[in-house]
Design a protein. Structure first.
Lengths: 113, 112
């Protein structure tokens, strides 16, 4: 069956460092992968989308890579700030005609001052 | 929030009672989704809609039904609520031109 794993439930880092979050998948060939941010008590908010033919995508301090051979995406936040503390979710298209997304369980990032 | 409103925001109900959650959007997007989010499981798709009166099941549809009689409203009904349906429910919309989802603020449902 299709499976998505985010490598850690929680990640603690020091302010100013780079946070790296991992998303692995099996039994998929997704056309694209997305990353979302979720704050407590709120719905997820879209951050970045990367397609299968793209190796890397950047948006301000965020960078996403997509390796279809390794079946892995890495999500980086450079120069992290306490305001970056949140849960980050990866999501892949399920391959169906309606483009439904399947989500990982998320990684809770805490950035300490 | 892309014009998405979920109601109610919080609800406590008893086992065996019917419950309806409402998702309302103001931008006439074609695709609407209902997800539930539980610790240890992440977001799981319950049902989705790709147009008025066009709906289909997701990964965890047992015990739920949906209706979409007009573009702006997508209703999720628990015919007879069970304690296992205690969860946070999120509605989401997607534009036809884009793959990203916009989520509502969620409904916290407790079934006692």
């Amino acid at each position: 069956s299709q499976k998505i794993e985010q490598n850690s439930e929680a990640l603690n880092i020091q302010e100013g460092k780079t946070a790296t979050l991992t998303c692995n998948y099996t039994n998929y060939s997704p056309a694209y992968l997305q990353w979302y941010r979720q704050d407590p008590g709120r719905g997820p908010v879209f951050l970045l989308l990367i397609r299968e033919n793209e190796k890397e995508k950047r948006k301000e301090r965020l960078k996403v890579t997509f390796d279809t051979t390794l079946k892995q995406s890495l999500f980086h936040i450079t120069a992290s700030q306490p305001a970056d503390s949140a849960t980050y979710l990866c999501a892949l298209d399920s391959g169906g005609s309606q483009g439904n997304l399947i989500f990982g369980k998320g990684t809770k990032l805490s950035v300490k001052p | 929030d892309a014009g998405i409103t979920q109601s109610p925001r919080h609800k406590v109900t008893e086992t065996g009672t019917p419950v309806t959650l409402r998702c309302h959007q103001t931008e006439n997007h074609r695709y609407m989704y209902w997800y539930r989010q539980d610790p240890g499981h992440g977001l799981r798709l319950i049902h989705y809609s790709y147009g008025v009166k066009d709906t289909d099941k997701g990964e965890v549809s047992d015990g739920y039904s949906v209706s979409r009689s007009k573009t702006e409203d997508f209703l999720l009904t628990l015919e007879s609520a069970t304690s296992s349906q205690t969860s946070v429910y999120f509605c989401a919309i997607r534009t036809q031109e884009d793959e990203k989802l916009f989520f509502g603020s969620g409904t916290q449902l407790s079934v006692l």
